[in-house]
Structure formats: structure tokens, C-alpha cells
Design a protein around this ligand. Sequence first.
Ligand SMILES: Cc1cc2nc3c(=O)[nH]c(=O)nc-3n(C[C@H](O)[C@H](O)[C@H](O)COP(=O)(O)O)c2cc1C
Length: 178
Amino acid sequence: MDFKQVLTNRKSIKSFSNQEIPEHKIYSLLEAARLAPSWGNNQCWRILIVKDKETKEKVAATIDSRNSAKDAIFEAPVLLIVCAVPDSSAEIDGKEYYLVDSGIVMEHMVLAASNEGLGSCWIGEFDELKIKTLLRIPGEFRVVALSAIGYSDESPDTEKRLPINEWTFRDQWGRYLQ
Ligand SMILES: Cc1cc2nc3c(=O)[nH]c(=O)nc-3n(C[C@H](O)[C@H](O)[C@H](O)COP(=O)(O)O)c2cc1C
């Protein structure tokens, strides 16, 4: 698919059909993850793929009901969970790069999903401790991001974005791009 199309097709999908995802499509997401850049090329992430219905339901049950992505977790055939060990990345001036590494790896998978005609929804608001306990994720790992992945059952409108010239400066801070 054309790259611009991959980007524009990606939207947060919160309603999924129960159609299974062929294994080769899941592998193309993982291959996209494998190619992600990371601090020192340390590849600090671990990815948990949850397909088991009961497990997905248990994960969804830990999510606050005000989170509109809650149901997507068990509706979607696949739930991706990105975890990382902070010590395997770097902290510079208080900036923790395991979060950046993990964000990049999830975004690679989300864009690969778009390229495969699959919908996704990042989920950043969750109870980390409950998820770690439920999935027996070792203590040194942080759970950074979740994403439901599957065939979309909705066509949401594109969410508004600010125009480029409202957040881009040229040559000098405060001199907006015209
Ligand atoms: C780091 C991150 C965390 C997010 N967490 C949630 C979440 O917990 N629940 C939810 O419904 N959407 C979540 N989203 C989706 C955003 O709300 C969504 O990306 C944004 O509204 C723009 O819409 P779009 O993805 O359709 O372009 C998250 C997105 C990101 C990047």
C-alpha cells in the first residue's frame, strides 16, 4: 500500500468483527516491530500476543469502564501488549528512552496493521499492576502499551489535526512556518 494511504487509513478502531487474522499478517506486524530503531539498538521490548478469548476478557475486565477502548480488547481477535525493561534502554536528563523505544515499536506494528488492512487501537490507560499480575509479567518489566488488532467493524471519521504551521518553527523558536 502507498505510505500516505497506510497513514491515512490508520484510525483508532474500537469495534471489530470476529474474523480471525491469518498468521502471516501477524508475522508482518512482528517483522515491522523487528525493524524498529531503539536506543543503542538494545531492542528493550518484549511483545505479548494474546489471542485466547478468556485471557482477553480478563484483561478487558481490568480496564476502567470510562475507557472507550475497553470492549475492543475482547472483541478484537488479537491483543498486543508491549513491555520493556527500563534498564535495557537509557535515561538521559530524566528522559526514559524505554518509553520511546516501546512507542516506536508499537507504532511500527500499528502502521503494519494498517498496511495489512487491519484496524488497531492504542490503549495507554490501564491498570499496569493488574495486567502484570494477570499475565504473570515479571517485576522488572513495565507494561507500556496495549493495542487491539483486527478487522474493523466501523468507519470512524478522521479525528481533527492541527495544521502544520501551528506547531512548526523555521530557523528560530517562535517563528512559525508560513
Ligand atoms: C499513547 C496513546 C495512548 C492511547 N490510549 C487510549 C486509551 O486508553 N483509550 C482510547 O480509547 N484511546 C486511546 N488512544 C487513542 C487516541 O485517543 C487516538 O489516537 C486519538 O484520539 C486520535 O485518533 P485516531 O487514532 O483515530 O487518529 C491512545 C493513543 C495513544 C497514541
